[in-house]
Design a protein around this ligand. Structure first.
Ligand code: 5RP
Length: 269
């Protein structure tokens, strides 16, 4: 069934079989009777990511001013945020990027990309996550930009995590934990990670923006994310691990089939 396109439509229940306006890529349940009065439309993961990215732009609108710098993450969700941020060209001082990839996309939109050394304050840092729990602790680094992400986020007042709801988990660790490692320490770090209960695998053919390698650690049961983050970060040769728990997100904007759910960092976390 071909549906007429209606960019930006976020609704998921359309009354009437002949509803005139639906997202072009929306899926209609195969079980829906032809003459049903209510059709359920499932938004794709891409559409959900777009909603989360759009929701983060509301935070930009709150802080935008000629002297303001926005911290920008890396990944497919961050890319959508960057595309929306283009509307702020000339209305903010600029951005700090967490990767060469994001820097190129920002510059492509004509947004200034600043050196972090020239920036001492950012009201917000906006980035995706590979997993996030209800403490707003995250696993990040699926795109390999974890170290610069952690550095840029550390300078920001608030970390706004944008993701589709599939990233919300009860316990971190099903997603293999990325660890950025100085190349000469690869095997030494891998042995230590095995002692911690993980199964590290070298991310083949991948070099980080900092010239290092990534070990993706499978099989970790992450019961205490802050403690594990400290332990792994202390292993000689580790640049940083992809646990963002010591400095987790402050706000999570998680796009669901029924709208964007907002989670705030609990006060005790
Ligand atoms: C990159 C990251 C990303 O934020 C994470 O991988 C999520 O990416 P995506 O938005 O493409 O799902 O940590 O290093």
């Amino acid at each position: 069934m071909r549906l007429p396109a209606c960019p930006g439509l976020a609704g998921i229940r359309i009354a009437g079989a002949g509803a005139a306006c639906m997202p072009a890529s929306a899926k209609v349940s195969a079980k829906t009777p032809r003459n049903s009065l209510v059709t359920t439309i499932m938004l794709s993961q891409q559409q959900l990511k777009q909603q989360a990215a759009d929701a983060a732009l509301a935070f930009v609108a709150e802080v935008a001013a000629p002297d303001v710098v926005i911290g920008v993450g890396t990944g497919s969700t961050a890319d959508l945020f960057i595309d929306g941020l283009a509307a702020y060209k000339g209305r903010i001082r600029g951005t700090v990027a967490s990767s060469e990839r994001s820097a190129a996309r920002l510059a492509g939109h004509g947004l200034a990309v600043l050196d972090l050394n020239d920036v001492d304050y950012m009201p917000i840092y906006v980035d995706g996550a590979d997993e996030i729990d209800d403490h707003l602790h995250m696993i990040k680094g699926g795109g390999g930009a974890l170290t610069r992400e952690k550095i840029v986020a550390s300078v920001a007042e608030r970390f706004i995590c944008i993701a589709d709801e599939s990233k919300l988990v009860a316990q971190l660790g099903a997603f293999p934990l990325p660890v950025e490692v100085i190349p000469m320490a690869r095997e030494a770090v891998a042995r230590t990670l095995r002692l911690l209960g993980g199964q590290p695998r070298l991310r083949e053919g991948f070099v980080t923006d900092n010239g290092n390698v990534i070990l993706d650690v499978h099989g970790l049961r992450i019961a205490e994310a802050q403690g594990l983050e400290k332990v792994i970060n202390d292993v000689p040769g580790v640049v940083t691990c992809g646990l963002f728990a010591l400095r987790g997100a402050d706000v999570a904007l998680l796009a669901t089939q029924s709208g964007v759910r907002r989670l705030e960092k609990p006060h005790h976390a």
